[in-house]
Write a protein that binds this ligand. Sequence first.
Ligand code: ADP
Ligand code: TRP
Length: 321
Amino acid sequence: MRVLSGIQPSGRLHLGNYLGMMKRMIEYQESSTLFAFLVNLHALTTVTDGEFLRKSTLEAAADFLALGLDPEKSIFWVQSDVPEVTELSWYLSNHTPMGLLERCHSFKDKVARGVSANHGLFAYPVLMTADILLYQANIVPVGKDQKQHVEVARDIAIKFNNAYGDVFALPEPEIEKDLATVLGIDGQKMSKSYDNTIEIFADEKALKKKVMSIVTDSTPLEEPKDPDKDNVFAIYRLFATPEQTEEMRQKYISGGYGYGHAKKDLYELLLEHFRPHRAERERLLADETHIRKVLKDGAEKARAEAEITIRKVREAVGINY
Ligand code: ADP
Ligand code: TRP
């Protein structure tokens, strides 16, 4: 079984990315053929600063490696190092109805928030489809917001297979049942584009500042509070053991436990949770040459797989006269 997922290196990775995608991917390396990659071509739909993209790509790679992604057990690379993906994207465009893309929530949301729509943003799901089909992925673990994009990939694969025979495996999204969407410090979906994230590897001071700025209601310290309506508790429970969660729940209900206390407990929990990974990340970032080598080796493995599919596709569409 082939498991594949990608993440945009378009800024510092956050707790939503970690729980929605990275953690599960890393678990999969033990049981499946794992394809994990940094989708820098997709990041171009929002990032226009080349230096920032270069830096963010290396940092995202360090994040994954520090969190336990093992390049020996999985295929880990940067999207643009396998140029066949843009070639495939063009073939697929010719089997992608406009309506399919017009219905994509992600596109509609961005436009509704005032992002000026260009062709890259509109065609984003086609490039993502190429990512998935090029490696014949079966399972695509993503957060809930990306489910529709994987369904689009499946639709396009079916259309293409109907036209040319069984060229592509049909992918399926895999969404963690217990985890809908991780909320940000303002109570909205945590997202790099909403400026409401808690970064996985923020330094201690920045982490404290972020946690302290989580929006809560104004129930006074001594009064009982409803844990199920609070953003601090919502994040705490994602990282706490069941016992720790229950303990905090009781403190909320009993009163005499303020949001300031809850934030301090959350801060300490996060610090503790990522402590060993933080040290590993520092070590990795001190040697960028090593990170580049890991990524280039990964790209070589990915490209060998991509070659097999792209040959079949060229043959099917008749491009190899
Ligand atoms: P962002 O919204 O911060 O730009 P991406 O769109 O790059 O994040 O998402 C990368 C991966 O992380 C996807 O699989 C996405 O579903 C997941 N993800 C992002 N934000 C969240 C969240 N708040 N909760 C759960 N999963 C998330
Ligand atoms: N669109 C995904 C996101 O924003 C990133 C992505 C690009 C991806 N290509 C992919 C995810 C292929 C899974 C598979 O999160």
